[in-house]
Design a protein around this ligand. Structure first.
Ligand code: SAM
Length: 572
């Protein structure tokens, strides 16, 4: 017998003791008339409450692969409040390891770190999984999508009533169109009544194995199914991180974007050879913090699978070097609610041990943080993408990702963006600093050594409009470093680079459509944390071009959209 994993918390099994895969087929596939529903369709969206081991997802992916039309695309959205670890999933699905090959391996490699919010993974240019680590009652109102079929798979309603609330059923109705179906293993009376009240016609069917009944149903409403956009031609202007990440992500969804940049790849602010991978910390959890969380989780996952980008998963120590940071970081840990494997508060002594060098302050520690060569990363992102030398053709969609070049662009003239000059200083590692195991951030930062060299950064000069290097800036970088970390020897400076980054008035990137029809999109103002924000932003651009579902929460999109400065309404 294929024994299912069991939740001690809910005193319930993740799937049937008889055969989890057979249960999925009976309850969810037959209950939603799959695969017949996606015959002749270019796109289909399934949403699930309760990801658990991912068995339903993996079987749906396999079924789609085997039966959907060539070139069709499956979006699968799933919500999970208590994510299992990748190892627990592997153990739980062990009995199906052969049947689920190669799908199981692919999800295990891409499975996100367990931090709350939206996580988007794209597989084989054919399937996108939007995994949302949150309570279903909080996650559903944040989703922008048009769902074709619902898999309701929370634990038994009597043991987990929160998952079967009227709020959940009403949100399902909001995300459904006329003809959307649902199915669930339960036949509980209050579930049936709640779904009917939300607008579903509900039918009792024979349940799986020993279960007498289960429920299926169809949504009846005015809203018509949203047809996804066909594959448009896409021009990306700007080959820095924002543009190259967009090209990389669009390719994953099966688009063939072209890149244009008269200065070549990574010429501007993305051209440094070392950049740190960190979120921007805020005291509270909101759409802004969720953006950095999603971007961070995605960046560490994607970069760790890439070659030739000098990626080093060395972790970062963020020193608590003033009272304001003590308050903020304490709240960050409490409110962001990251698993302690991913965010920890360390005493000065522990921080020194982790960093490999004495520090005098407590610290916020992100073990999965690291460093990468942004210029190399741009090249890796752009691999296989056509670079054009002049814009001759007409394109259906234009993405403006021109960094500092956005400022002179007539289309973007209403955006409140400005440049911020930044100079980094390269130093030769000393016997003390060469023992550093992690990056250390203190307002400025010093990277862990790579090939005996460390990067110290960065100046932050809003008032300077040039990218000429300056000796004074090196002195400022080094003196700031020495204020925070005791280094006895003189530091030998071996290089420097200055560039103009771009920032918005509210210090948050600007990503979205600038016109009504969604034909001109922008991704700019990635001034700080750009490695993280450009990748998450690229998925949002792909969502807009595809016509959803959204890879980020509605709250996050509200903070990113170009129209936020005019306070008009939101759409993905
Ligand atoms: N579909 C899963 C699979 O293929 O393995 C099995 C799902 S299991 C029956 C129910 C899942 O719902 C569990 O993973 C549990 O952690 C999750 N869950 C329970 N309460 C939740 C809530 N309030 N919000 C989101 N997920 C919840």
């Amino acid at each position: 017998m294929k024994v299912p994993p069991r939740s001690a918390q809910f005193d319930d099994v993740y799937f049937s003791v008889h055969d989890g895969a057979e249960e999925t087929k009976h309850v969810f596939f037959d209950g939603n008339n799959l695969p017949a529903r996606w015959q002749g369709e270019a796109h289909f969206t399934i949403a699930e409450t309760g990801f658990g081991t991912g068995l339903n997802f993996l079987l749906a992916w396999k079924l789609f692969e085997e039966t959907a039309p060539k070139g069709a695309f499956l979006d699968f959205i799933s919500i999970e409040k208590f994510p299992l670890s990748a190892q627990e999933i592997k153990d739980g699905l062990f009995p199906w390891a052969n049947d689920l090959s190669p799908y199981l391996d692919k999800i295990l490699t891409q499975y996100p770190i367990r931090v709350p919010g939206f996580h988007r993974m794209v597989f084989d240019g054919r399937v996108a999984l939007t995994l949302i680590f949150d309570d279903v009652n909080e996650a559903l109102p944040e989703i922008a999508a048009d769902v074709g079929a619902w898999f309701l798979d929370g634990f038994t309603p009597s043991k987990n009533p929160d998952m079967w609330s009227q709020n959940v059923f009403n949100e399902m109705a909001r995300l459904s169109h006329d003809g959307t179906t649902f199915s669930t293993f339960t036949a509980a009376g209050f579930v049936k009544r709640g779904l009917m009240a939300a607008g579903f016609n509900v039918t009792k069917q024979k349940g799986f194995a020993h279960k007498r009944d289960m429920l299926t149903g169809v949504f009846k409403g005015e809203k018509k199914r949203k047809i996804q956009n066909a594959k448009p031609s896409i021009l990306i202007q700007g080959a820095g991180l924002a543009g190259c990440a967009a090209a990389y992500v669009l390719k994953q969804y099966g688009f063939k974007p072209v890149l244009y940049d008269p200065n070549g790849i990574a010429h501007g602010a993305s051209g440094n050879d070392t950049g740190l991978i960190n979120p921007r910390f805020t005291a509270f959890r909101d759409g802004v913090s969720d953006f950095y969380t999603a971007g961070f989780a995605q960046t560490v996952r994607v970069l760790s699978a890439m070659d030739d980008i000098d990626y080093k998963a060395c972790g970062s120590i963020h020193l608590v070097n003033d009272e304001d940071k003590r308050k903020r970081f304490t709240r960050t840990i409490e409110n962001w609610n990251w698993h302690s494997d991913h965010m920890k508060y360390l005493s000065a002594q522990m921080a020194s041990e982790v960093a490999g060098i004495a520090v005098e302050h407590d610290a916020l520690y992100l073990p999965q943080s690291g460093q990468v060569n942004p210029a190399q990363l741009c090249r890796a992102y752009a691999e296989g993408v056509e670079m054009i030398e002049a814009i001759k053709d007409d394109y259906d969609v234009h993405i403006l990702a021109k960094g500092a070049g956005s400022i002179g662009d007539n289309t973007l003239k209403n955006l409140p963006i400005h440049t911020v000059r930044g100079q980094i200083t390269k130093i030769k590692a000393t016997p003390e600093t060469s023992r550093m195991n992690s990056n250390i951030c203190y307002g400025g930062y010093i990277s862990a050594p790579r090939d005996g060299v460390q990067t110290v950064g960065s100046t932050f000069q809003k008032w300077l409009k040039d990218s000429d290097v300056s000796v004074q800036d090196d002195e400022d970088n080094v003196s700031k470093l020495k204020q925070h970390i005791k280094i006895s020897l003189d530091l030998e400076i071996v290089g420097r680079r200055a560039s103009l980054r771009t920032a918005a008035r509210d210090r948050f990137p600007i990503i979205g459509a600038v016109d009504e029809g969604g034909k001109v999109l922008v991704s700019t103002a990635h001034g700080s944390h750009g490695i993280v924000s450009s990748l998450a932003g690229a998925h949002l651009l792909a969502d807009i071009i595809r016509g959803g579902p959204c890879s980020l929460s509605k709250s996050t999109i509200g903070f990113l959209r170009p129209q936020r400065f005019q306070k008009t309404k939101i759409s993905c």
